[in-house]
Design a protein. Structure first.
Length: 428
């Protein structure tokens, strides 16, 4: 049996869970891969932090970069997070020193994946990052291996469990965004200090960039894209959606339109009878449209120590079985740069909510502006509040051009009868 040394950099919740999993499943892993694995190096910010295992000081390295040079280490697992700084340096140096690398770091891969891939291929080692997208859902391996001969045209789904939990909870409890966010933080579903990267769509966009590159055999895009979060969604939007037999979901979507890449993350109104509308709580789901396979759906928990360590262990076994694989499925020099589709040319049906003064002529002002920007109305709902002398005007439009809808909404900035910037949610 081949002896394999493993180094783990980062011993937070996920790193600690992985450490325990490797120790507990060492015999089983050996049977499945004909290897004898041992954790020979670990590193973390604080050696004295309380953990679920006793830290062996003999294998603890204060400087994680020393692990990248250690001849006993064959596989390095990076679990620090963040796209730059020590995270990038650890992975870069390990690959240059011909160590196989496993990471769960979506920010790192979405920003530097092409560069790191070229180093891995040059040194004939593996760079694995299954845990960077979808937690325990094996979506990346499904694209790279299970659907390797399919031509994928579109990938979309729920890629952020925090946002999905918040929207689901707002619907079921009728509670406000602010209160549900606090609940999510207390439960550990949202960052306690700064959940912004989950809520503003950044987390989901990093995952979409990785999925795009894998699905379409392209270089990772760094173009400015359509990215919106859920901070402006109110309970009344969820209630109105419910009346229309719709549900609000934050979706990440990537597709090729005329061989141009269209990546986006934003709230969508989806029909209640669709699969994606019924994925609730912290669950993730990814829908792959390919030929000849048709539509494939993968669903599971998208975050947390359990699902993430499951994906990390999957990567570990893949490496232990001895195949050197291209990180993005095909050689770097075969992956081409792709031009981005102009988001302003996209057409979508829209949900628009205007909060206005309840007085004659206001509705006419709104409909005239919509007509001016070539936005036609499919459905209109008025909800007056007689006590406050205000009203909510909800409009569902026919398909409208993105540029026109944005310019139209900006034009209401100077209308004193419109009390706040209108809410826009696209229909899927």
């Amino acid at each position: 049996m081949q002896k394999i040394g493993i180094g783990i950099v980062g011993l937070g919740n996920i790193g600690s869970r992985l450490y325990n999993e490797i120790i507990a499943k060492k015999t089983d892993i050996g049977l499945k891969t004909n290897t004898n694995i041992n954790i020979v190096a670990i590193s973390a910010k604080n050696i004295n932090k309380k953990r679920s295992f006793k830290v062996n000081k003999k294998i603890f390295f204060k400087n994680p970069l020393d692990i990248t040079k250690n001849p006993k280490v064959n596989i390095l697992v990076e679990l620090i997070g963040k796209s730059d700084g020590i995270s990038k340096k650890v992975v870069e140096d390990a690959l240059k020193n011909k160590k196989n690398v496993i990471t769960a770091n979506k920010a790192l891969i979405s920003k530097h994946g092409d560069y790191l891939t070229s180093i891995a291929e040059k040194n004939k080692v593996n760079l694995e990052f299954e845990a960077s997208v979808g937690g325990g859902i094996p979506v990346l391996r499904t694209i790279k291996e299970g659907l390797a001969t399919n031509k994928i045209s579109k990938v979309y789904g729920i890629l952020n469990g925090t946002c999905n939990y918040i929207l689901s909870e707002m619907e079921s409890t009728k509670d406000s965004f602010k209160n549900v966010l606090k609940k999510a933080q207390n439960l550990g579903y949202a960052e306690p200090s700064n959940p912004k990267l989950d809520l503003n769509g950044y987390d989901a966009m990093a995952k979409i960039r990785i999925l795009s590159s894998l699905a379409f055999n392209k270089k990772i895009s760094n173009a400015k894209v359509l990215m919106e979060g859920i901070e402006d969604i109110e309970t009344k939007d969820i209630d109105i959606a419910n009346q229309l037999n719709l549900r609000i979901k934050l979706l990440g979507i990537t597709e090729l339109i005329n061989n141009k890449l269209f990546e986006r993350v934003h709230p969508c109104l989806v029909k209640k009878d669709t699969y994606i509308a019924n994925v609730n709580g912290v669950m993730n789901a990814v829908v792959l449209n390919g030929s000849p396979v048709g539509e494939s759906v993968l669903q599971g928990e998208g975050a947390g120590p359990g699902p993430t360590s499951s994906a990390l262990m999957s990567d570990l076994l893949s490496i232990l079985r001895g195949n050197i694989k291209f990180p993005f499925g095909i050689p770097s020099n075969k992956r081409k740069k792709v031009n981005s589709y102009d988001k302003n040319n996209n057409f979508n049906s829209l949900y628009l909510r205007f909060e206005v003064k309840d007085k004659p002529g206001v509705l006419s002002q709104i409909t005239k502006q919509l007509a001016k920007y070539k936005i036609s109305i499919a459905r209109l709902i008025q909800n007056p509040d007689h006590k406050k002398k205000t009203a909510s005007i909800i409009i569902i439009t026919h398909k409208a051009k993105e540029l026109n809808s944005n310019n139209c909404l900006k034009s209401f900035k100077y209308n004193k009868n419109v009390l706040k910037y209108p809410t826009l949610i696209r229909l899927l």
